[in-house]
Design a protein around this ligand. Structure first.
Ligand SMILES: Nc1ncnc2c1ncn2[C@@H]1O[C@H](COP(=O)(O)OP(=O)(O)O)[C@@H](O)[C@H]1O
Ligand SMILES: [Mg+2]
Length: 395
């Protein structure tokens, strides 16, 4: 920006106001101030700022550097004299015009004062908001700490409950097994002939005992899984083929009795998965057991696996059985949930198999996914990490 060099003639009230305004302008240099009165307020102010002060205006009019002279004496003859004596390029503003400029500068000052005030108010508001926000944050942190403590307590209570449940369930296991074996003895005729009606009742008791034993086994299994500390569970690289063949073998009696064929992947030799073998055996058994129970006799069930990015294997169990109603899908992993259609085809269900399977999946950092169409069949799948030194062939 070009710098303007300015002189003021007249250092009374008007001249002082002009000088004050000019002093605030960065691109303006006030070089001279002149007044017949050497102690006029404008002269005193000018001195304080190192500006040349005069009582006669001759030096000012001769100065070639001056771009603009403010004549603020209000006397016409002085204005005329300046015009006559000034250098060619110097321009002159008379008292009238200076007053207008002064007024404008005044207005500008007022506006900037107001802006400054508004800014201050805004800053104060921002500060207040920040303080409020900080307070709210602190309260929230405090609440989170309280909730964490509460959660810890709840966890403790839950652990106690699980322990108690395990204990109570365990206590029930033996008496039910005894009742079941006594009913076996009666039904097999070891205590002599029994009337038909009694046999029917004893058969019912026997069936109930088997059901209860299954329930107790599943309840203990689930309670045990819930009470495990994740970090203490041993994981190792296990060959997938041995896991699958163990599960298939374990369920052989059931598949044979239902004439069900299980198709397993052919190329499993060198696939290793990182897992707790016993738990994955249970998980896969539960999925396969469901596929068998909820398929018609003579059906085919397939177990498949697929390598997926990020060192994972996706293992799936597909059946062409009764399928699951869409509205029941979100509930099948709930403890004790059984769809009506499932109850009708499988009397021996406990409603805990999938809850156990999901618990195991979560321990392994995965989830069980399900796709199913009512009347057509279901696919249950989950991911496991591949163990080191594993080569996977996609099937
Ligand atoms: N393969 C499947 N086909 C159809 N329904 C299934 C299948 N697997 C699970 N379900 C549904 O999910 C419910 C819960 O399964 P689960 O926890 O194993 O209990 P259960 O088999 O003892 O009933 C079953 O009762 C059934 O309604
Ligand atoms: Mg089941």
């Amino acid at each position: 920006m070009k710098t303007g060099i300015i002189a003021i003639i007249g250092a009374g009230k008007g001249g002082t106001a002009i000088l004050e305004a000019l002093l605030k302008m960065p691109s303006v240099i006030t070089k001279h101030v002149c007044d017949v009165n050497p102690s006029a307020p404008g002269i005193i102010l000018a001195r304080q700022h190192g500006i040349q002060c005069h009582t006669r205006m001759a030096a000012i009019c001769q100065d070639k550097e001056i771009d603009l002279i403010f004549e603020v004496t209000g006397r016409k003859e002085i204005f005329a004299r300046i015009l006559a004596q000034k250098q060619e390029k110097t321009r002159v503003i008379g008292s009238e015009d200076a007053r207008i400029i002064f007024h404008l500068l005044d207005l500008q000052q007022e506006v900037s004062d107001r802006l400054e005030d508004d800014n201050l108010i805004l800053e104060r508001r921002v500060l207040e908001r920040t303080t409020e926000q900080e307070k709210a944050n602190k309260e929230l942190e405090q609440k989170i700490i309280e909730y964490e403590k509460l959660n810890e307590k709840l966890q403790q209570i839950n652990n106690e409950k699980t322990k108690y449940l395990m204990h109570a369930t365990h206590q029930l296991k033996a008496p039910f097994a005894a009742i079941q074996s006594y009913t076996d003895l009666i039904l097999e005729g070891y205590v002599g002939e029994i009337p038909k009606t009694t046999r029917a009742i004893v058969e019912k008791i026997n069936k109930r005992c088997i059901l209860l034993s299954d329930s107790i086994k599943d309840m203990l299994e689930l309670a045990n899984l819930k009470s495990l500390v994740k970090e203490n569970i041993q994981m190792s690289g296990c060959p997938l083929d041995s896991i699958i063949s163990s599960v298939v073998k374990h369920l052989a009696a059931l598949t044979v009795s239902r004439e069900i064929k299980i198709s397993v992947p052919a190329t499993l030799d060198d696939v290793f998965v990182q897992c707790n073998r016993n738990q994955i055996l249970i998980l896969l058994s539960n999925l396969l057991e469901n596929a068998i129970y909820y398929s018609p006799n003579g059906a085919t069930i397939s177990i498949a696996f697929k390598a997926v990015p990020a060192s994972l294997v996706k293992i799936s169990v597909t059946d062409h059985g009764i399928g699951i109603d869409e509205k029941h899908l979100p509930r099948i992993f709930e403890e004790y949930f059984r769809a009506n259609k499932a109850v009708a085809v499988n009397e021996r269900g406990t409603g805990l198999g999938l809850a156990i399977a999901m618990e195991i999946a979560e321990i392994h950092g995965t989830k069980i996914e399900v796709e199913s169409t009512l009347g057509k069949g279901s696919v249950f799948s989950f991911h496991l990490k591949t163990a080191q030194k594993t080569k996977i062939h996609n099937s």
